[in-house]
Design a protein around this ligand. Structure first.
Ligand code: HEC
Length: 102
């Protein structure tokens, strides 16, 4: 009974591993989909036309900025409104992706 159970767990983990690697091949990099919400104003590489540059900033800088916008401490314009829609996890994820763009 015990080894049956162990086999079942092993099979489940194996399936999980397979589906994760299959997903990694087709899904866009983590954060990219969320970051596409920023492309319109900041450009696909963070050097958007006219708006503040995000390119060259670290993930922490971008995340902290978003937190400031979200808290209402920094400005009451477009970014403050935009930042309100994200959870912490989403902001961390999109910030780390954006920080890889040069
Ligand atoms: C509708 C246009 C628009 C969109 C969409 C937008 N931004 Fe912005 N962003 C701005 C504007 C305008 C500013 C500068 C004005 C201000 O400070 O409020 C700004 C400023 C910033 C800054 C501060 C840069 C600095 O040097 O201080 C960061 C960081 C930033 N945006 C990140 C993002 C991220 C990340 C997203 C996507 C989740 C995003 N923005 C989406 C218009 C936009």
């Amino acid at each position: 009974m015990r080894h049956l159970l162990r086999n079942a767990v092993g099979a489940a983990l194996c399936t999980l591993g397979l589906s994760l690697s299959a997903q990694a091949q087709t899904a866009p990099p983590a954060g990219r989909l969320l970051a596409s919400n920023c492309f319109q104003c900041h450009g696909t590489n963070g050097k958007g036309p006219g708006f503040d540059n995000i390119a060259g900033k670290s993930a922490t800088e971008i995340y902290n900025k978003l937190k400031e916008f979200q808290s209402g401490k920094e400005g009451s314009g477009i970014m403050a409104k935009h930042a309100m829609g994200y959870t912490d996890a989403q902001m961390l994820s999109l910030s780390s992706w954006l920080s890889t763009q040069r």
